[in-house]
Ligand binder design. Structure first.
Ligand code: MSP
Length: 520
């Protein structure tokens, strides 16, 4: 078991700017990374960009610039967006990095020397968009290749092949005996079915006259590496595999195997579910050194897949400017059922923000701090009490922390948030039922008022800790208003953390309500 929690995402093609689907995946991985840091674990979060390949070469040609320049410009858009959205990655996997190229070439040379690659001539239908040869399996019921393959051309050429098929039986056994290899479970079944049907070897080269933008084969300079073979290796190259001393990369044995690769549903079969475990196996990795996959669904727009031709792409950068970046983070994490597709709708983003953040948590914070300020000069007292409502809130806090952690450990972020926001509602209910403004008028109720204010402040402290992975800035702002210094850990989410006579600060709105309906 690796000592550091190592989490990766798919690396995004730099053939165009980031879209909401890319943002969803990076936020999901970021939330998981932050959750593990909250647990006090050492975390290494790797993400990056897939800069080679035909898609990038074609986009560059269209833009009238060289592929390197094009990839660099697009890469800047990704890094700027990730900074804006608070994506806290530790390692940046850009496939034009010379350290990555060196690792890919070392791997290729080794596989070549060991006879795991062979050169052969092949003629077949080739999808330019998917950058792969197609077989009859890919034909639709009408015998044609569907629109998902884009332009399909007949090509005959010599290429280098990786002997994939010889590992089929091993892979089937591996997948069968590792139910945790792919989450959620229905994707595991999908992969197993695909493995049972797999056939043929994998072409891992492209002749330079057709595609020059890639990593050259070290043993045959007329070719570059197939982009997927190059890209998948990022998970180990940037973790320090076969790296030179002083490369600045991590210590491989500390990180590998990754605890989880976060990927979208479209790249499970064949890339991550078939090619990747077989590549690792071919390199001599044991079964327990093969990383698990977390497969998320797609963010769609009004039920349709996002596409350039439909022009229905949603720009996460604009959304993050128009609203708070954390409004986008919260909406995507709260509304998407893990593993399922979700429909992006701006009015739902606004609705979630206003209901859960402005009216829910924001209101609880504002009411608690203003009442504490008004009735107790912001000082909370930890006095004994026998108030059933408060005891219930206290018990609910413990149950919420437990549910939150259990759901996060299962990657069910939306359910973890649901549990936290049920608790937020309970906090607001206590304000309504205890009515501190009434208690404040009756000196006989002074102890109860103290107990209620303390309970509300405690509830907020715990909510702020549990919100930290999804709402890092808001969580820090709430903790600052509660006057709780330092970095909170999940272990601090225990009732009773605020000391007697703790001084709270006056409220400052954290989630200003979004008033205007989104313009269409
Ligand atoms: N470059 C490859 C991945 C190589 S990983 C070794 C690639 N790039 S991509 O830009 O097309 O997609 C990057 C990630 O974004 C993938 O995990 C993909 O599933 C995800 N998404 C792309 N469109 C998406 C949505 N509309 N919704 C959610 N995620 C989607 O594939």
């Amino acid at each position: 078991m690796a000592s550091t929690y190592y989490i990766t995402t798919a690396i995004d093609y730099t053939n165009g700017p980031p879209h909401i689907g890319h943002a969803y995946e990076k936020i999901l991985a970021d939330v998981l990374a932050r959750y593990h840091r909250l647990k006090g674990e050492a975390v290494y979060f790797l993400t990056g960009v897939d800069q080679h390949g035909q898609k990038v070469q074609q986009a560059a040609e269209k833009a009238g610039v060289g592929p390197a320049e094009y990839a660099n410009e697009v890469t800047k858009k990704f890094t700027a967006l990730w900074a804006k959205l608070g994506i806290s990655y530790d390692g940046w996997a850009a496939t034009t990095d010379p350290r990555h190229r060196q690792c890919v070439q070392r791997i290729l040379q080794r596989l070549h020397d060991e006879g795991q690659l062979h050169k052969a001539s092949y003629g077949g239908h080739y999808s330019v968009r998917q950058e792969q040869f197609l077989t009859d399996k890919e034909r639709g019921p009408d015998g044609e290749f569907g629109p998902e393959w884009g332009e399909v051309v007949y090509i005959e050429e010599e290429n280098w092949y990786f002997k994939l098929a010889r590992h089929r039986e091993w892979l089937e056994g591996f997948v069968e005996s590792h139910p945790g290899f792919v989450a959620p479970g229905f994707r595991h079944t999908e992969l197993l079915n695909a493995v049972r049907k797999m056939a043929g070897d994998l072409s891992i080269s492209r002749p330079k006259e057709r595609l020059a933008w890639g990593i050259e084969l070290p043993f045959d300079p007329g070719y570059v590496t197939y982009v997927w073979f190059d890209a998948l290796i990022n998970y180990i190259s940037f973790a320090g595999y076969l790296a030179d001393a002083g490369s600045g990369l991590p210590e491989f044995d500390d990180l590998w195997p990754a605890d989880v690769h976060v990927i979208g549903k479209d790249i499970l079969v064949p890339a991550h579910g078939i090619y990747w475990p077989i590549m690792l196996r071919a390199l001599g990795f044991a079964d327990d050194k093969i990383a698990n996959l977390l497969v998320h669904g797609y963010v769609n727009i009004a039920g349709a897949k996002m596409s350039k031709s439909l022009g229905n792409s949603v720009d996460p950068d604009e959304l993050a400017d128009k609203y708070m970046p954390e409004a986008l983070r919260f909406y995507l994490m709260r509304d998407c059922t893990m593993g399922q597709d979700m429909d992006f709708a701006e009015d739902r983003l606004v609705g979630r923000f206003n209901t859960d953040l402005a009216n829910g948590l924001g209101n609880l914070l504002n009411r608690t701090l203003s009442m504490a300020g008004r009735y107790r000069a912001g000082v909370v007292t930890c006095a004994p009490h026998d108030d059933a409502d408060i005891r219930e809130l206290e018990a609910a806090a413990a149950a919420t922390v437990e549910t939150f952690a259990a759901r996060m450990d299962e990657y069910q972020v939306h359910l973890a948030l649901e549990a936290v926001w049920l608790f937020v509602s309970r906090g607001n209910q206590l304000v309504d039922s205890a009515a501190p403004w009434k208690l404040a008028k009756d000196p006989a109720q002074a102890a109860r008022l103290d107990a209620v204010l303390y309970a509300l402040a405690e509830a907020l402290r715990i909510i702020a800790i549990l919100s930290a992975p999804v709402l890092p800035n808001a969580s820090a702002a709430i903790l600052a208003q509660l006057n709780v210094p330092g970095t909170a850990l999940l272990a601090d989410a225990k009732w009773g953390g605020l000391k007697d006579k703790h001084q709270l600060s006056p409220p400052v709105p954290v989630f200003p309500r979004i008033e205007a309906a989104p313009e269409k």
